[in-house]
Ligand binder design. Structure first.
Ligand code: SAH
Ligand code: SF4
Ligand code: F3S
Length: 475
């Protein structure tokens, strides 16, 4: 799920301009949002859209696969040239590569002046000021408990669909994964702090909240001294906040997917989106065991069957790794069979990438790269087949869409998402921004859908579940 975004707004402010480029997952995107708020509030800086204009350039990095990590160094080199080696410009590296590779960054890119880990982004303003006054490199890649959330300023305006981080870190230590080393120990934010932030997001424009964490169903944030919360309770409480119309969460882990969360998919809870991202990684129990995933395919399928009893045809997306050390053609065929059984909606699939320091990187890996590539191609063809079938089944259906903005291609087209996270573009004006509307899907495009507006917000709310029924037929 790695993606790349850059700060987009251009405004004029007093104390200089910053530019942030983000690699990696939604946690990184949200950290970049928070760093932007902090620079505006604490340093009176403004965002800009080009590295040439910036006084502070931040690369928020991802190290989930080797390619993502190497991209950091090529990007830093390119920026160095683009800013024509101006020494008063501060280049900072944040995120998961920063967390693990500070020495390597200073060695390979000596012009970098700040290295800051994911858990200390609230100290960015101080590090920047110290760097400017002392002209010395600054580094903070420590893991202080969960203090970052108490020290980050809140935004004055929220996106229609806003992220809300409910936990940080990961204790699962899947044998292939770098995240527990880069993000540290799993810690949940207090229940009431999360609810306060959700209310603030609603007051400032959010209509959809995406609860974020590496394993959100492990969430245990304290309600008070004696009672721990859980994800289902969080969903239920946020559902009652006026203004919040949709709730999503990512990422959940099959191992801790308990009955309370399955019950949250009760048909009556209309605010919890009709979609679930549940990474499976492999269809083979042998490989899952070697990956240290702590569940079997039978358990994974049982969760899905229970969920689809509550919500027939619930669209499910997933993450899959191919070419894990020792994966045979037979293991791979079990993954293909799982894809046929679940008929995943959109999914992410990757070739296994050994990460330094993880247990899997010590395993003998006899699967040739060509074979791994062939498996990925075969898998992606199959995943695309089902994703296309689901999109085609939506053509002709009327679905609810949360209008998030104007379409990238035309200012007469609106863009929004269906409950199962499909992008829909349709003619309409800005008065619909932030509303849930009814759209009849007219066409399936390469990566999105096209539609026609049927009705405004009120009717869409009343008929929230019609698209859920139509999807049931496709899966
Ligand atoms: N916490 C989430 C996933 C976080 S990382 C979970 O447990 O599901 C996002 C995805 O990157 C993972 O689901 C996995 O499919 C992929 N990934 C992680 N480490 C990888 C590696 N070493 N090589 C290839 N893909 C990897
Ligand atoms: Fe990585 Fe596993 Fe933690 Fe997900 S659960 S972040 S894959 S270690
Ligand atoms: Fe990448 Fe770190 Fe997220 S490794 S996927 S940015 S948690």
């Amino acid at each position: 799920m790695t993606m790349t975004t850059a700060s987009t707004q251009q405004t004029t402010n007093t104390a200089g301009l910053y530019y942030i480029k983000t690699h990696g997952c939604q946690m990184n995107e949200e950290d970049s949002n928070k760093m932007g708020n902090l620079l505006q509030e604490q340093c009176q800086m403004s965002p800009c859209t080009s590295v040439q204009d910036a006084d502070l350039i931040i690369l928020n990095t991802c190290s989930i696969r080797e390619k993502a990590q190497e991209k950091v160094f090529s990007e830093l080199g390119r920026w160095r040239k683009e800013i024509k080696c101006k020494d008063d410009v501060v280049i900072a590296v944040a995120g998961c590569v920063a967390s693990q590779e500070a020495d390597e960054i200073f060695k390979r890119a000596p012009f970098v002046k700040i290295v800051i880990g994911p858990q200390t982004i609230h100290r960015l303003g101080d590090l920047y000021r110290q760097c400017k006054s002392s002209k010395k490199r600054q580094i903070d890649v420590s893991f202080p408990a969960i203090e970052k959330f108490d020290h980050l300023p809140q935004n004055t305006e929220s996106a229609v669909s806003s992220f809300l981080t409910i936990m940080e870190g990961c204790n699962k230590f899947c044998s292939y994964c770098i995240v527990p080393y880069t993000r540290g120990e799993e810690i949940s934010r207090d229940f009431k702090n999360v609810i306060e932030e959700a209310k603030h997001l609603a007051r400032t424009g959010a209509r959809e909240i995406v609860l974020l964490g590496q394993n959100v169903n492990d969430y245990y944030g304290k309600i008070d001294e004696t009672i721990d919360g859980n994800l289902a309770l969080l969903i239920q409480t946020i559902s009652q906040i006026p203004g919040i119309e949709r709730i999503r969460f990512t990422t959940s882990h099959p191992q801790a997917f308990d009955d309370t969360l399955i019950d949250a998919y009760d048909a009556r809870n209309t605010k919890l989106c009709n979609h679930l991202h549940l990474p499976v990684q492999s269809g083979s129990n042998r490989i899952l065991k070697n990956m240290k995933r702590d569940y079997t395919i039978e358990k994974y399928l049982e969760i899905i069957d229970q969920l689809r009893c509550k919500r027939p045809g619930l669209p499910i997306s997933t993450d899959i790794i191919v070419g894990f050390p020792g994966e045979t053609e037979d293991d791979f065929q079990q993954t293909m069979a799982l894809v046929d059984r679940v008929k995943f909606d959109s999914s992410f699939s990757f070739i296994y990438s050994p990460r330094p320091g993880t247990p899997a990187s010590e395993l003998v890996d006899e699967v040739p790269l060509e074979e791994k590539k062939s498996r990925l191609a075969r898998l992606q063809t199959r995943l695309k087949y089902y994703a296309d079938q689901i999109a085609l089944s939506m053509v002709g259906q009327t679905v609810t869409v949360l209008v998030e903005g104007m379409s990238k291609k035309s200012n007469r087209q609106l863009s929004g998402r269906t409950e199962n996270n499909r992008i829909v573009n349709f003619p309409g004006d800005a008065s619909f921004l932030g509303q849930i509307v009814h759209v009849t899907i007219t066409e399936k495009c390469q990566n999105s859908l096209r539609g026609r507006l049927v009705s405004g917000a009120d009717q869409a709310q009343a008929n929230h579940s019609t698209d859920r029924q139509s999807l049931a037929a496709a899966t």
